[in-house]
Design a protein around this ligand. Structure first.
Ligand code: GDP
Length: 610
């Protein structure tokens, strides 16, 4: 459903209109008049849509009680308020596929289009009982076709064919992986093969595996392995299985048990046939005609191909060109490869495929869903990101705070963005600062974190009309530039008491600006001339430049022996304003005559911080 918001909505809120009139930076750029906004988007995207700067958007969000950085995701309602304040009429982007969250969940519809699908099998058991060997043997002897020249590749899952029927094996043995996937809601496995070495019997990890599989209510097929070994004791294993409530068919139970030698290949076809029988009972069906839903088995970042993910298609058919949302990422399927590295165009249910085209690397267990457009995929991925980050993307509760504050009269608070070198310093400083506030004047830490002072911090300070305080940390060059442009006060300290003292002063409006020394150049004294009543240094400018009137200090053996300013600057007999590196000149220093050959004169200027 399309919703319309805009000027009329803005008019309904008199306070908003008042806010617009005094909005900082309003009118700096020309916002667009009609915009279409998706259900969720980043501050940067909103700024692009509105045709204004990210800073302006952040300012408006701040005015409405939302602390957002440029990459943060906000919802449509928040975005529309910014749009309205900028005089734009905003329309919600229609969601062709519905827009409810449930459609991303795996729900197999009851349809006549459903067809039998291959079972998905995972192998579990104690270490060294032969899980990997069994997977390898099955793969080597039963690959779907025996075409020569195909390079087998590891993608975390593979398919074999037995009597014209396919079986999918997940190539990541271990119950931890199995449970981790299930904990994330991914029900991938239809059947578990429990491997028990005949010479070793049931061991602790075998018992653990049994517990995990039982908890998941997944059928078990037991493979008693290593029957080729002289000390193999199959009967003992059967007894141990019974002791663990796994009664095999031979003993009157319903557990299928097959004796194999993964090493020699004995019993492998028997095992596979039994898997098909167990699958048959389960009536595994899926609809290949619907848009695909799958689960990520493995994922990695390839330096040349980008994000790679092995996806097991659970239902539907995944096709090249499909737009997808996968966990917290999204993308468009650019290419797909099967378990033998062959390029394919489509993947049907229970088929594992390696996909290219995701924007970032998903996690094992993430669900893949086909969506109608790249935009929808992005919006859904971003919604999930912000959900995880615990960010409330709705501003409704904050609006009420804002109104309350406005009703209480003019806001009076000092907003601070606090950055420290280590996390441990944050709390003590934050507490000391907040204590300084009174009822009339509050200290509000709008953002605090460890690390350098970044552009983002400056933007937050701009938006909150606050200052930035750094403890044992410095502004990044871009942040410094932006702070200079926007007149943001950045203050860096190395001693806590000084920091607190300054903020205390700031609270009563007494804070003096701080300055740093920026070195402009050096000159080496090569001779000393008496030009009564003073002495002049015959010097060579080694780097940078020297200007008349600039601040200067004289250094001897690395020690500062005098500090004042450049009182005279001569090139031969001529008075000059400036001398560049590589030239000889006469330098006079205010109030100083005791030059010695070898002294270094350093020229510098005081620069205001922030
Ligand atoms: P996993 O830790 O369960 O994956 O065990 P592996 O597959 O790595 O096997 C452990 C060791 O047992 C390896 O040296 C295998 O070659 C050996 N092995 C596996 N299956 C058999 C078998 O059927 N017979 C014999 N004799 N050795 C086996």
């Amino acid at each position: 459903m399309r919703q319309r918001y805009g000027r009329s909505r803005g008019r309904a809120r008199g306070t908003k209109r008042a806010a617009k009139a005094e909005a900082p930076g309003a009118g700096k750029s020309e916002p667009r008049s009609n915009v279409v906004i998706p259900p969720a988007l980043t501050v940067k995207q909103l700024a692009d849509i509105l045709g204004v700067s990210g800073i302006e958007v952040i300012k408006y969000l701040m005015r409405n009680g939302i602390m957002a950085n440029i990459n943060q995701v906000i919802d449509f309602d928040s975005a529309v308020i910014v749009a309205t304040e900028l005089g734009c009429e905003a329309t919600e982007e229609p969601q062709t596929a519905g827009g409810d969250v449930e459609k991303y969940d795996f729900k197999e519809e009851d349809s006549a289009a459903q067809k039998q699908r291959p079972p998905v099998v995972t192998i579990m058991g104690h270490v060294d009982h032969g899980k990997t060997k069994l997977l390898d043997t099955i793969r080597e002897t039963n690959v779907v076709d025996t075409e020569a020249g195909n390079i087998t590749q590891h993608i975390g899952a593979y398919q074999v064919e037995v009597h014209g029927q396919k079986i999918t094996f997940i190539d990541t043995p271990g119950h931890e992986a199995f449970t981790a996937m299930r904990a994330r809601g991914a029900k991938v496995t239809d059947i578990v093969i429990l491997v028990v070495a005949a010479d070793d019997g049931i061991m602790p990890q075998t018992v653990e595996a049994i517990d995990h599989v039982r908890a998941a209510d997944v059928p078990i097929v037991v493979a008693i392995n290593k029957i080729d070994k002289p000390d193999a004791n199959v009967d003992r294993v059967k007894q141990q299985l019974a002791d663990n409530n796994l009664l095999i068919e031979e003993w009157g139970g319903d557990i299928v048990c097959v004796q194999v030698s993964a090493k020699r290949g004995d019993g492998i076809s028997d095992l596979l046939e039994n898997l098909l029988i167990v699958a048959e009972v389960q009536e595994l069906r899926a609809n290949p005609a619907r848009p695909a839903i799958g689960v990520v088995i493995e994922a990695s970042l390839d330096s040349s191909k980008g994000s790679l993910a092995t996806v097991l298609v659970q239902t539907g058919t995944l096709n090249i060109g499909n737009n997808v949302v996968v966990g917290e990422t999204w993308g468009k399927i650019k290419a797909m490869f099967d378990d033998r590295g062959r390029r394919i165009r489509g993947a049907e249910p229970a088929m594992p495929v390696e996909v290219l085209g995701l924007n970032s690397v998903p996690q094992a267990g993430d669900l893949l869903t086909v969506v109608s457009s790249e935009k929808e995929g992005r919006a859904e991925a971003q919604r999930r990101q912000s959900e995880r980050a615990g960010i409330s993307v709705s501003m409704a509760p904050r609006l009420s705070n804002l109104f309350a504050r406005m009703q209480a009269g003019q806001e009076k608070e000092l907003n601070i963005v606090l950055k420290t070198d280590v996390q441990g310093s944050l709390d003590p400083i934050r507490i000391s600062l907040e204590r300084l506030g009174s009822d009339e004047l509050k200290v509000r830490i709008v953002h605090s974190d460890s690390g350098n002072i970044t552009e983002n911090d400056v933007m937050l300070a701009i938006a909150s009309k606050g200052i930035i305080i750094g403890f044992n940390t410095r502004p990044e060059p871009g942040a410094k530039l932006l702070a200079d442009q926007e007149g943001v006060d950045i203050r860096c300290y190395e001693v806590i008491y000084k920091l607190v003292e300054d903020v205390e002063k700031a609270l009563v409006g007494l804070l003096e600006p701080t300055y740093v020394d920026v070195v402009e150049g050096h000159a080496e004294v090569r001779a000393v001339f008496a030009v009564r009543p003073v002495k002049i240094a015959g010097a060579y400018v080694t780097d940078g430049k020297f200007s008349r009137g600039a601040q200067a200090r004289v250094l001897r053996g690395g020690e500062i022996i005098h500090e004042s300013s450049v009182s005279s600057l001569k090139h031969f007999k001529e008075n000059v304003r400036e001398m560049a590196a590589g030239f000889e000149c006469g330098i006079g220093i205010e109030g100083f005559s005791a030059f010695e050959v070898g002294d270094i004169i350093e020229s510098y200027r005081k620069e205001r911080m922030g």
